[in-house]
Design a binder for this molecule. Structure first.
Ligand SMILES: [Zn+2]
Length: 79
């Protein structure tokens, strides 16, 4: 996000910051809040589990990830 200095010395801010006073601070706060929220709830690394169709072993990983069973090498896509 570039802040340029005009010839007359006035600092030119991004349009959204001019339109809404405090928008930059708000955006920064929201970013921090979402980051903490995600980390706290584990949304960023959503996990899933399934049962191997070949041998019935428990499988785990990220959602929609295809995992290979350690016991029978069968691949199963997690829900
Ligand atoms: Zn298996």
């Amino acid at each position: 996000m570039g802040i340029r200095i005009r010839r007359n010395g006035e600092v030119e801010k991004p349009d959204f910051a001019k339109a809404i006073p405090g928008a930059e601070e708000l955006a920064g706060t929201l970013k921090d809040t979402f980051g903490a929220f995600r980390n706290g709830l584990g949304i960023a690394e959503a996990t899933s589990s399934a049962t191997c169709e070949g041998c019935g072993a428990a499988l785990g990983g990220r959602r929609h990830e295809t995992v290979r069973c350690d016991y029978c090498d069968r691949q199963t896509q997690l829900p």
